[in-house]
Ligand binder design. Structure first.
Ligand code: ATP
Length: 222
């Protein structure tokens, strides 16, 4: 997957969700246009965006004068006001924005956004809830990404059993068919570690593989 570089992002709605996206993208060095209907919100983000502008995203003329049609990615993070979120998405779609990502409030909102043609629909609370449930039920899992129904990438905290063992000795590939993408040790990250890399307790292992194999590594290998 290619890293998104030098792309232009617009974030509409600077609540907690949109605000975090805006700050993070800006911190990564991207160009970010931050938009909110509230002057106060806009002022709060003036140092965390390339431009922070007050506008009502449901007004076609206001979107037009912002030059939003030149943006490759637009994130609609208008939460509570479903009508405003939906109308904004529709207007962006009509402007042929190639990537429209929208925060959905509920199932019905999701269905409508899908019909309008939002490219990605996000349910932050639901997604975070699933992640937290997984971390609670399995305390070694620090984080995970679903690549598909079958494959995922997980961050695991190394147990005592792994202490001072090499990746080769652990048989991550041979016994479990998984790949260690990275090892994090005291804040340092080693990408694509060699089979000789030695693991220490509490290191963080970033492991990719079939979910069944990852589970097997967790139960039999750690
Ligand atoms: P969060 O949970 O992320 O804090 P929320 O779900 O509470 O967000 P809201 O506060 O409803 O979301 O909306 C997020 C932001 O969207 C607010 O700052 C609000 O001012 C802004 N907003 C609402 N309507 C519009 C609009 N028509 N145009 C631009 N911004 C808007």
């Amino acid at each position: 997957m290619g890293r998104i570089k030098n792309k232009q992002f617009a974030v509409i709605g600077l609540g907690r969700f949109g605000g975090s996206i805006c700050k993070e993208l800006f911190k990564m060095g991207h160009e970010v246009l931050a938009i909110d209907i509230s002057e106060e919100r806009v002022n709060a983000y003036s140092s965390y965006a390339t431009h922070a502008v007050r506008a009502n995203a449901t007004e076609e003329s206001e979107l037009h004068s912002l030059g939003i049609r030149n943006f490759e990615y637009v994130i609609v993070a208008i939460g509570a006001n479903i009508q405003a979120s939906t109308l904004t998405t529709l207007l962006l779609k009509e402007l042929n924005i190639p990537n429209i990502w929208v925060k959905a409030q509920n199932y019905y909102h999701h269905k409508v956004l899908e019909k309008i043609g939002a490219d990605r629909i996000i349910h932050p609370e639901k997604d975070m809830g699933v992640k937290i449930a997984l971390s609670l039920s399995d305390e070694n899992v620090l984080n995970y990404i679903d690549l598909s129904d079958e494959y995922s990438i997980v961050e695991l905290s190394a147990t005592k059993k792994l202490h001072l063992k090499s990746i080769l000795e652990l048989g991550v590939r041979a016994r479990f068919g998984c790949t260690i993408l990275a090892v994090k040790h005291n804040g340092d990250i080693q990408l694509t570690p060699s089979p000789e890399t030695v693991i220490r307790e509490c290191d963080c292992l970033v492991l990719m593989g079939h979910k069944r194999d990852i589970k097997r590594f967790e139960t039999e290998g750690m």
